[in-house]
Design a protein around this ligand. Sequence first.
Ligand code: TYD
Ligand code: MG
Length: 456
Amino acid sequence: MAKEKTQFVCQECGYQAPRFLGRCPNCGKWNTFVEEVIAPATTVKTATSLSGGTVTKPEKLAAVSMQKEPRVKTQLGELNRVLGGGVVPGSLVLIGGDPGIGKSTLLLQVSGQLSQTGGTVLYVSGEESANQIKMRANRLGVASDNLYLYPETDMSRIRANINEMKPNYVVIDSVQTMSEPEITSAIGSVSQIRQVTAELMRIAKSQGVTIFVVGHVTKGGAIAGPKVLEHMVDTVLYFEGDLHHTYRILRAVKNRFGSTNELGIFEMQEDGLKEVKNPSEIFLEERLKDATGSAIVVSMEGTRPILVEIQALLTPSVFGNAQRTASGLDRNRVSLIMAVLEKRANLMLQNQDAYLKAAGGVKLDEPAIDLALAISIASSYRDKGTNPNECYVGEIGLTGEVRRVNRIEDRVKEASKLGFKRIYIPKNNLKDWTAPTDIEVIGVATLGEALHKILA
Ligand code: TYD
Ligand code: MG
């Protein structure tokens, strides 16, 4: 018998090499190569035919008939928004996240809701027994006649059951536990999870079934992560959060049916995930009213404005090199703002260690946070507190000018809704709209002017 041919595949990014490598030349990760058998070409089915095997011909664009995608809304408004307005029938959605973050919980809740709107749901689990899922469902208050549990890992049996049952929705929990019997590589390897996903895509498109696939994010090593599947599916959502906190953030990183800027915020409670409808309140909850180095910014997360506290702590450096650390903020942006403060506002920052933080574990990366960043740094440096009823929005240029930002009306409205009394915005943003009367809106043109007005 001919010797089986093998290759080494990086489990992080899918890069293939003929021999073992310690470090992947593609993604730079160490110890991620695993030997996989190259499947003979005849047994690997091409999964590209989305029409389910029938031969299609090219069509003129104008001749393609179009049905408007109906969206199925779940009861979780946060999820609907991240998906771009609801679940698109026949789509393949990948939900990635660290183990234990709540992916199974979210999908079981959604399964319960979808099965009550008239569709049948098949929940395939390769991780838990039907009994365990039932116990979880009881905790979550999920009960429905149209929800089927199916503990299985063999794709050929799963395929047969989908063909027979014809469910409207399928949940695959998780892709790393499923195996396609024709592929000899280990369960959870790049070859396996790619083949399983390609097969699920074919089922979704040919039968119009909506499929949710769970993918655990793995920390290097023998199991491949959802990264290597992103190009194959319609929508990729990541479920993030800190296992020490109860808040969870659902983020779209790819969406063929909507924007990728939206965030969904949930809280993990005893009886499952609850939506957080007003995230600004929780991000500001623990703020100290008279602290120095604190500034509130109204940041746009997708279409939604969120108020977040930026904190700065400056202390004189003990050793020659000044430290700069930033969490939830871009370090380069922090360095840039400090340089501008130094040059344009005469703050002596070069011998100061600076620690910056966006409170509440969010990540802020839009230019409109510049002004609040500068204010928090100057406030800590001068040991002068900011007014707790104020917030700040504006981009700062290298010459110290405060530049116009987008969506100013939404930002100001959100600040006034949360009870803020005054907001500083770029002067150029004052044109072309009428500011609301329940909040004082002050335009500033330069960083110097802003510091003078705010920290006087
Ligand atoms: P789970 O959905 O199993 O995570 P994943 O599928 O992403 O690995 O969530 C596991 C955690 O969630 C677990 O530590 C317990 C917690 N949890 C709650 O706090 N409340 C609940 O109602 C449920 C079902 C789980
Ligand atoms: Mg799970």
